[in-house]
Design a protein around this ligand. Structure first.
Ligand code: RUB
Length: 295
């Protein structure tokens, strides 16, 4: 939990593989490959939900060479390119997504998404007079990180508890959230609480936008795979439950928002309706079905 947010997790994994490749002691290409493969497995085991981690590891470890030093170089080049593209994607999403925010709008965001914050701060920097409502995002309170970031930029922000979303939705013009995963049919997996915000926005006819880099789309969902939802420690919710004999805690970190509640997904290659998600997986991520089935 030291690294949080799907984009930051992906960049940290790419950097870790790069550092490891540089210092890795191997006598042959086979030995190098198997050590990199093991490192990739260890990284993937850290977070089951965020597909950005899986895509980052896949992109960085994809090389076809016959010499050990070429393999080392490939990992470094792939990782640097991934990190660079990922940072530029967040900026581009800000540019594209901010066009959806009008002068005078109130924007609600949930958790702490760099892509969503990029949309909000780009609109603010463009001189739009906006207000932000940020949820606390229990149980880890990532909303506090969000309000800190917005405050540093001078953006007027109101912090609310998660359960106040319905009370305030009539004052909101647009909801902008990030993504941990987007499936092939445009379903969103994001911080727990996102789906009830989407439902409330739908009821109030408030637009609901997702800000997500293309590596947040999950290739494996084309094959029908379900997205695993990470369950976190009970102590995040109830620090000491040893005193209760009949109480247990259920603490899923993410939830699932059906595509019907999403108006738009803003990526670095454009703002798309959720039903176009399959195209992103095929054309932008470049996955082939047989490759997927064997990975
Ligand atoms: C973070 C979270 C964020 C997405 C997108 O959850 O759900 O909304 O990861 O973030 P946690 P970004 O803090 O539990 O990892 O746009 O920065 O990738």
């Amino acid at each position: 939990m030291e690294v949080r947010g799907a984009g930051r997790i992906a960049r940290a994994a790419a950097e870790a593989l790069m550092d490891y490749a540089v210092s890795l002691d191997a006598q042959s290409l086979d030995e190098f490959n198997s050590k990199i493969e093991r490192a990739a497995e260890i990284l993937l085991e850290t977070r089951p939900t965020a597909v950005s981690l899986y895509n980052a590891v896949w992109i960085v470890t994809k090389y076809k060479v016959s010499e050990l030093e070429d393999a080392r170089r490939s990992v470094v080049i792939n990782a640097k390119r991934f990190i660079d593209n990922s940072e530029r994607a967040v900026e581009k999403i800000g540019e594209i997504g901010s066009r959806r925010i009008r002068d005078g709008d109130t924007v609600l965001t949930h958790c702490n998404s760099m892509a969503a914050i990029s949309v909000i701060s780009t609109a603010f920097k463009a001189g739009k007079n906006i207000q932000v409502i940020a949820t606390e995002s229990r149980p880890r309170n990532q909303g506090i990180l969000t309000v800190e970031m917005l405050d540093e930029q001078g953006i007027p922000t109101t912090l609310i508890v998660d359960s106040a979303v319905r009370s305030i939705m009539n004052k909101v013009d647009l909801v902008v959230v990030g993504a941990d995963v987007i499936t092939s049919n445009g379903t969103l997996v994001n911080k727990i609480g996102t789906s009830q915000i989407a439902l409330i926005a739908h009821e109030a006819r408030t637009s609901f936008m997702v800000a997500a880099e293309t590596y947040k789309f999950s290739p494996k969902t084309i094959l029908g795979e379900l997205v695993p939802i990470e369950e976190r420690s009970s102590e995040e919710v109830l620090p000491d439950n040893s005193k209760y004999k009949h109480v247990k805690v259920y603490n899923p970190a993410f939830d699932v928002t059906p595509h019907q509640y999403i108006d738009l997904i803003c990526t670095e290659v454009g703002a798309i309706p959720p039903v176009m998600s399959y195209m992103i997986i095929k054309e932008k991520l470049g996955w082939e079905l047989d490759e997927l089935a064997s990975s």
